[in-house]
Design a protein around this ligand. Structure first.
Ligand code: GLV
Length: 323
């Protein structure tokens, strides 16, 4: 049967996803995985009804102007700050995301970073790799910070924040959180977490985690003022979006030991990042791999494909963010 609708898949995905969508749609597939320029994206999407894309694609007014036939944009990510969802709604374009399937994997990575910074893992490993391990054991070698029984402050207590709190319980950590809307008492009890102000989190936590979606309201949520409130022994972890933390202010705070360290999986201008980070020993840096396990990325891509297919076939997509 001829396939009447065409879709653009902007980045490399899995063969299973191509098979799933290929059964119903004509596909223009950017299998090269080279990120498309705005012009290329608009040109290739102009003849399409839907888009399966990643946060590398900026879907804004320019895109909508050039691609009036696009009715659905399905993002392979839970965050969709790359898309102007309000403009999309005004134009009747459905936007979808992939919540839920990446919570545990992202919480795992967040905890990995927290532990790596606290226990100086990358610094210790490079000492060994560089042949600088001279004494088999030294009482004061590579002293880190305890994770067990430490205080953990989570700013943004959605699904991923809650998955992190679950892990923290295993380490007997004292977990406080701040969220626009506090959790109900039953959920607080379930995760053994206590609601406090953002300022109290910054002032009192050994570890501060930011887990908020990125928007104009959360741009540089953690800046010089907030960093100044943190304990000199505290560690900041960001696995949300780079723009939530003012990187220049963070580098300044790390350089003057205003805080003890940072773990970052996300940056303000990915894949670029401030080169000054490389000169700092007390940071652990990863290239936006929060949800990067095979099973989770497969689940995200399949969920995005399911959203796209449902919307193009006139059904309500499971994860429609701008109804
Ligand atoms: C990844 O960063 C996501 O938002 O899913």
């Amino acid at each position: 049967m001829p396939k009447s609708l065409k879709i653009l898949i902007t980045r490399q995905v899995f063969p299973e996803v191509i098979d799933f969508l290929g059964a119903d749609f004509e596909i223009d597939y950017n299998e090269s995985d080279v990120v498309l320029s705005t012009d290329e994206l608009c040109e290739r999407a102009a003849s399409c009804a839907g888009l399966l894309c990643c946060l590398t694609e900026k879907i804004d007014n320019t895109f909508f102007e050039h691609c009036p036939t696009v009715r659905v944009v399905s993002n392979i990510a839970v965050g969709y700050n790359n898309i102007d969802a309000i403009e999309a709604k005004n134009r009747g374009v459905k936007i979808t995301n992939t919540p839920g399937v990446l919570d545990d994997t992202t919480a795992d990575l967040t905890f990995t970073l927290l532990m790596a910074v606290a226990r100086r893992i990358t610094e210790a490993e490079s000492l060994l790799r560089q042949g600088r391990w001279k004494k088999s054991f030294a009482v004061q070698q590579m002293l880190g910070m305890d994770i067990h029984h430490a205080s953990l402050g989570i700013i943004g207590m959605g699904r991923i924040g809650q998955a992190i709190a679950k892990r923290a319980a295993g380490f007997d950590m004292q977990v406080r959180y701040f969220n626009r809307t506090p959790l109900d008492a039953t959920t607080e009890q379930k995760f053994n977490v206590c609601y406090v102000s953002q300022e109290a989190i910054l002032r009192n936590s050994d570890f501060v985690l930011v887990m908020v979606p990125y928007s104009a309201a959360t741009h540089h949520l953690i800046g010089a003022e907030e960093l100044a409130l943190m304990k000199p022994s505290a560690i900041l972890i960001n696995t949300a979006r780079g723009g939530v933390v003012d990187e220049v202010a963070l580098i300044a705070a790390l350089k003057k030991n205003q805080i003890a360290g940072a773990g970052l999986d996300v940056f303000e201008n990915e894949p670029a990042f401030n080169p000054e980070f490389l000169g700092l020993k007390n940071v652990v840096l990863t290239p936006h791999i929060g949800s990067a396990t095979r099973s989770t990325r497969m689940a995200m891509a399949m969920l995005a494909a399911t959203n796209l297919k449902a919307a193009l076939q006139g059904e309500t997509p499971p994860n429609w963010v701008n109804p």
